[in-house]
Design a protein around this ligand. Sequence first.
Ligand code: ADP
Length: 260
Amino acid sequence: MSSLKTSGLHIHNLQVAYQNGQLVLGGMNLDLPEHGIYTVIGPSGSGKSTLLRAIAGLLPGYGGELLFNGRPVHDKDTLIGLVPQNYGLLPWKTVRDNLRIAMNIARPGKGGKHKLEQERQITRWLASMGIAELAGRYPLSLSGGQQQRVAIARAFAIRPTILLLDEPFSALDAMTREGLQQMFIRSWQEHPVTALFVTHDVEEAILLGQKIIVLAAGQQEPPELVDNADVFAMKHEDKRESQEYFEQSKHIRKVMMEKW
Ligand code: ADP
C-alpha cells in the first residue's frame, strides 16, 4: 500500500457518520508531516471536533484510514494527548498528581530511578508553563487560565506522538490567551510533537499554525491546506504586527468567504 510510505499523519478518505445517519466527514484527505503544528478552522458544525475525536479514538467507528508514520494511529506505539476546552483535570487530585497519573497511564510499569526522573519532569513542565508554585493545589482552586496551563503541561509531560487540542484557549480572556499561546509555542519548540489545534479564532490559527486547515461548510468539499511557513518562522511576539501576518489574514478570510 503506497500510504505506508507516508511519514507524519496521513488521513485518507476519512468518513464519519453519527448514529442518526448524518454524514459529518465525507471522505477527508490530509497529509500532515511529522513535527508540525496544524491549526484547524471551519464554521460551527463543519466537523472540527469530530476530526479530533476520530484521531483520538473516541468514536465507535469511522471509514477510511488514519496512519501515523505508516502505522494505524490507534496502534499501541502511538501516544495521543488531548487537551479539551474544559481542561479535563481530575478535581480531587493535586496539580502534581494530575500530571503523574497521566504519565503513569501513558507509560505504565516503571519504578525505582524512573520515579525520581518523573518528578523532575513534572516540575520542569509545570515551570515551563509558569506554574511551578501551584503543584500542590487542587484544580478547582485555580483560575481558568491556570487550569488550562496545567492541562497543557500534562499533555506535553506524557510526551505524546500526536497532540490534539480542541479550542483550548477559547474560554479565556484575551490577555491570558496571548500568554498561553506564547507558552504553547515555547513548549512545542522543546517537544515538537505533531499537533492538531482546533480554534474558531482566525488570528489564533495564523499565530500558531505551520499550516492552516480550513474546513468547508459542505461535508463533501475538501478542506483547504494553507501554508503559513512565513509567519510561523517569525519570533512569536513579532508575528501580530508583521506584513506576513496581515497578508495571511487577508488570504484566509478570502478562503473562508469561498468555503463557508
Ligand atoms: P465543529 O467542531 O466543527 O463545530 P462537530 O464535529 O462538533 O463540529 O459537529 C459536526 C456535526 O456533527 C454537527 O452537525 C453536530 O451536530 C454533529 N454531531 C457532533 N457530535 C454528535 C453526536 N455525538 N451525535 C450526533 N451528532 C453529532
